[in-house]
Design a protein around this ligand. Structure first.
Ligand code: NAP
Length: 501
């Protein structure tokens, strides 16, 4: 066993929904790279659980061809041959108790035969409609508990519920089968290097933390833009969810909590999550029509061009109803009502079919109190940019003197780029998250109360948007643009502008 693998990480990982897209494109490549880095013991066995009839060999062949297409490193056949010996397949329907029982017997026999600890990690990577079923059957088959001291953990994919009530119901089902401390609700944004670096940037650098409040910060922007429209087959799901539930409830609110939270007492999972949940509780609710009209924009894309190619309007995408009123873009102006942030707007925007794929947090500092230099010269504010996609890094916009005999000023960027600085590609989010679950560290996962608070906030807004009598407009924007004009007006109300990315 490599030194970097700890004994208590040895487990059997069962992936429910293992013939699916997530397993092929994200989970198996992540496990392969953990092994490549010496972070996955050869004693970890990976079992795919799904409905199709497949032999182990067929299952591995499918994983291999998908992995070759998406691998972030050069594919190495001899390494794959070593890795795939750890993978096997178990055919069963999610609602067939016998399938769970036969799996349990198979795992127990293997563990006993090979002198392995009886640790189990269950990854529920199925459609959300099966989350409850799988949790129930794990319990009924006894696979959720151990009589010999081994641990049992469960990872649950997103979306966790479709509103507050359904999230609470699902939380009850989870609690019936697993302890909260053994439950890992995933939001893969938290596994990204830059998301983790937000805490380091804030709490390991004296200069930022002392300025991190409403005395020095004018406004904060969080942008998550995608250039893609509806990937094949996703239209039906997306049309039910929309950008608010698909992206804001989880990824954007999670990023906001990392930016706005107070310093935790330590880095334990509960200490960090205690602080994040306080931010969600401090969010000013969007629970009246006046607040919604003043602080939100929802929009849908029409025909346009992305990267020079014409693309159809949302309503002409596959499996999207022609009369759909679902938003593919959301812009929000939010306020965190506490001492640190009183009065500072947090602008969140997220959209599909925008100009380019990009995720960035931009912290705008207040202007200097007096302009000393050439009065006609416009000073731009300092902006700290935390870049998450496509490249990861941090940049700071400063004003600088242009070389020469006069005081001509220009904005310049101080840049730090992960790949160049550390001469190393960042790991994929799922690598870090899978490793953490094997190590029993839930810091980067969502706790029960966090998911419920986030839904409470989103439900208020969703209810008003949905209520036709309230007549909240659905704006439009051209595919390939940065969103509707109404979003510029939203920022303009406080004389702010969206940062050009
Ligand atoms: N794909 C992504 O990039 C991505 C990203 C973030 C989150 N997620 C989340 O990850 C989860 C899985 O997504 P996915 O895209 O991988 O889904 P998917 O491609 O539709 O895969 C679904 C899986 O569930 C299995 N399945 C369906 N019904 C079953 C049944 N009755 N019994 C046994 N197995 C059954 C399928 O097996 P058969 O093929 O054998 O029927 C397949 O393995 C979802 O919650 C999604 O929201 C996905």
């Amino acid at each position: 066993m490599p030194d970097s693998v700890k004994g208590n990480q040895i487990c059997t990982l069962v992936i429910f929904g293992a013939t699916g897209d997530l397993t092929h494109r994200k989970l198996i490549p992540a496990l392969y790279h953990l092994k490549l880095e010496g972070l996955l013991s050869e004693k970890v066995q990976i079992i795919g659980f799904a409905r199709q009839n497949k032999s182990d060999l067929e299952f591995r062949a499918g994983l291999k061809s998908a992995h070759k297409e998406v691998s972030r490193t050069l594919y190495d056949e001899s390494f794959w041959q070593v890795f795939d010996k750890q993978i096997s397949y178990h055919q069963s329907n999610f609602d067939d108790l016998d399938g769970y029982k036969s799996l349990e017997s198979k795992i127990q026999a293997y563990e006993k035969g090979n002198g392995l600890p009886s640790n189990r990690l269950y990854y529920i990577a199925s459609s959300p409609s099966f989350f409850g079923t799988i949790l129930d059957f794990l319990k009924q088959s006894g696979a959720n508990s151990s009589s010999d001291g081994g641990w049992r953990r469960v990872i649950i994919e997103k979306p966790f519920g479709t509103d507050y009530d359904s999230a609470c119901r699902l939380n009850k089902v989870v609690a019936g089968s697993f302890e909260e401390a053994d439950t890992y609700r995933i939001d893969h944004y938290l596994g990204k290097e830059t998301a983790q670096n937000i805490m380091v940037l804030r709490f390991a650098n004296a200069i930022y933390e002392s300025l991190w409040n409403n005395r020095y910060i004018e406004q904060i922007q969080i942008t998550v833009a995608e250039d893609l429209g509806m990937e094949s087959g996703r239209g039906a799901y997306y049309d039910q969810a929309g950008a608010l539930k698909d992206m804001v409830q989880n990824h954007l609110l999670q990023l906001l909590t990392l930016v706005a939270m107070e310093s935790p007492v330590d880095l334990s999972a509960d200490a960090v999550r205690d602080e994040k949940v306080k931010v969600l509780r401090s969010l000013q609710r969007l629970d009246t029509i006046e607040k919604v009209k003043k602080n939100t924009v929802r929009a849908q894309y029409v025909d346009g061009c992305v990267k020079g190619e014409p693309v159809p309007a949302y309503i002409n995408e596959d499996r999207v109803p022609k009369d759909s009123k679902t938003e593919t873009y959301v812009a929000l102006r939010l306020f965190v009502d506490n001492w640190r942030w009183k009065g500072v707007p947090f602008y969140l925007r997220v959209g599909k079919r925008m100009t380019k794929k990009s995720a960035q947090i931009s912290i705008f500092f207040k202007q200097v109190p007096q302009v000393l230099f050439n009065e006609n010269q416009k000073l731009e504010e300092n902006v700290l940019m935390i870049k998450m996609q496509p490249d990861e890094g941090v940049a700071m916009k400063l004003m600088s003197k242009v070389p020469g005999s006069s005081f001509e000023l220009n904005p310049v960027n101080m840049n730090f780029d992960y790949e160049t600085t550390f001469a190393k590609q960042s790991a994929e989010a799922y690598e870090r998250l899978l490793l953490d679950t094997m190590s029993g560290d839930a810091t980067l996962f969502i706790r029960k109360d966090e998911v419920e608070e986030a839904w409470k906030f989103v439900d208020d807004l969703a209810a008003i948007w949905k209520d036709e009598s309230k007549a909240v407009d659905l704006a439009t924007y051209e595919a390939g643009s940065w969103g509707p004009k109404e979003a510029d007006d939203l920022a303009g109300k406080m004389k702010h502008k969206w940062l050009e990315i």
